[in-house]
Design a protein around this ligand. Structure first.
Ligand SMILES: [Zn+2]
Length: 511
């Protein structure tokens, strides 16, 4: 079969005031920039992306994948209409070049909000469906994969002939999801009638940091999901959703596609019941205040532990729309450093490193001064004095289970080793980049001369993805709530559009 493939991905934080512009889709960062037609093969080859896994599997199975458009931007505020319309138009123009298509596959995130469309993924699918129905005499199936954080809606399920989603967070299975979807598509299509399907939104939101699939209760729910899917021999999806999207259909969804409506219904109901029963387990997660984090940091440094303490500065995670430049934990680290006894032994004076501040102007100033210079200036309003210890420009290889040795480009990067007024070392190092990207690969620190496992404390602007590559080197991991737009507790978001009767977070008294 000839299958048109493309991707249009955004995860929208409606509480971030910086909008997402067309240019944000054009620029490459962790993933390739906007790519068209055959260029997409080279752009995504070998990467942990659903579209890459789908195309590889499609060719292996004897299909002909024809790439149309690949577009992905870092999570931020709503996508401007102009950007959405322009990319949708190019997508349809590319689609029009293939008059004998058999199917369309879309690599979507599933949590895109635009100025005009709360459910922008469904609007995008509607535009494609409308084009296909005008230009093809026979029905052309549209199938899609979603990110784990997609906010799935009834419209989405009605429009898509088949949907599947990642089953891991950290997302180590993106390419595998594309391959799995291609297998399912091949099994079910072509067919004369639509697959049976059902979708249920659960009645409470799950905070991002509690969604980690390496921890309970999520780990157990995913095991159960796999067992039910195997028992009923169908596609069973669970998307925990992206809480910072202020839309009616935000939050977790369970959906299934299969041959038999009764099996589909029962599979969904069983998983929904299990999620309902897990509510109080999701509520047990402890988030540190900055004051509590300072105590734990101090104890860790004074205790002289061998492995690092890792603090997740989750609320400023750029992967959830954070600006990636808030300084709450940085100020705490500086205060802690100034308060430590000078008599500490060398092993107790191992440094604190904070990654990764989005500070393009400071990074470029540092590059102009060169390694060895002393930078005096501001980062997001706070005074910084630091020796320029390392610089990097452009591409490097992102290692670890999520990135799988793929090319990353964060522009000009710099490392500042902070010093006091008398130039004495504070033992606090900050890493700067010119693109917003959550630190989810140790390579993002190593490229600036930091060996993560020899740090006392590692502060990462990430919620969960860092765990794939960092958890194994940590003595322990804690989440800290410092300033940022990715609030740890969804109950704190000033939602305006949330549907009625959904709890804004898991409740201890329930389940
Ligand atoms: Zn995600």
């Amino acid at each position: 079969m000839q299958i048109a493939v493309g991707g249009f991905q955004h995860e929208t934080n409606c509480f971030q005031s910086n909008p997402t512009l067309y240019q944000d889709f054009v620029t490459a960062g962790g993933w390739p920039g906007l790519s068209l037609g055959a260029d997409i093969f080279a752009a995504v080859a070998g990467r942990n992306l659903a579209i890459a896994g789908f195309m590889d599997r499609a060719r292996f199975l004897g299909h002909e994948p024809v790439p149309l458009v690949w577009a992905n931007a870092q999570p931020a505020g709503p996508v401007e209409d102009q950007a959405f319309d322009r990319i949708s138009e190019v997508f349809i123009e590319q689609l029009a070049q293939y008059p004998s298509l058999d199917a369309v596959y879309l690599d979507l995130h599933g949590a895109m909000v635009t100025d005009s469309h709360d459910d922008a993924d469904s609007e995008f699918i509607r535009l494609i469906r409308s084009f296909l129905s005008r230009h093809f005499a026979r029905p052309i199936p549209i199938i899609a994969s979603h990110d784990w954080h997609g906010n799935v809606s009834p419209a989405r399920i009605a429009q898509l002939d088949l949907l599947d989603s990642y089953q891991t967070y950290p997302h180590v299975d993106m390419a595998a999801t594309g391959a799995r979807l291609c297998d399912c598509f091949t099994r079910y299509f072509p067919r004369n009638r639509p697959l049976a399907r059902r979708m249920v939104k659960t009645d409470y939101l799950i905070p991002l940091t509690a969604q980690c699939s390496l921890s309970q209760p999520m780990k157990g729910l995913l095991q159960l999901r796999a067992e039910i899917a195997a028992e009923f021999n169908l596609v069973l999806g669970f998307t925990p959703g992206f809480p910072p999207s202020d839309i009616a259909m935000v939050g977790p969804a369970v959906f299934a596609y299969g041959e038999d409506q009764r099996a589909v219904d029962e599979a969904v109901n069983r998983l929904v019941t299990a999620i309902h029963n897990a509510e109080s387990d999701f509520a047990r997660e402890e988030i540190l205040t900055l004051a509590a984090a300072k105590t734990i940091m101090r104890d860790h440094v004074l205790g002289g532990g061998v492995k690092p303490l890792i603090l997740a500065d989750s609320q400023d995670n750029p992967g959830a729309g954070g600006s990636s430049d808030t300084t709450g934990v940085l100020q705490t680290a500086i205060e802690l450093s100034l308060s430590l006894p000078l008599s500490l032994s060398p092993s107790q004076r191992r440094p604190i490193v904070l990654a990764l501040f989005y500070a393009p102007v400071v990074a470029s100033d540092c590059a102009a001064m060169g390694v060895g210079g002393v930078y005096n200036g501001l980062i997001n309003g706070i005074k910084i004095r630091g020796r320029i210890a390392a610089l990097h420009q452009g591409e490097f290889i992102a290692t670890g289970p999520m990135w799988g040795d793929s090319v990353m480009n964060l522009g000009t990067m710099a490392r500042l080793d902070l010093v006091a007024e008398d130039d004495s070392d504070l033992g606090v190092k900050i890493l700067l980049a010119s693109q917003r990207q959550q630190p989810s690969s140790q390579a993002m620190l190593r490229i600036l001369g930091i060996e993560p496992k020899s740090m006392a404390i590692i502060v990462l602007k990430s919620s969960v993805h860092f765990r794939a590559d960092f958890e194994a080197i940590a003595e322990r991991v804690r989440v800290v709530a410092a300033p940022g737009v990715n609030l740890a507790n969804p109950a704190d978001f000033p939602y305006k559009k949330l549907r009625p009767n959904v709890r804004r977070g898991p409740n201890l008294a329930e389940g």
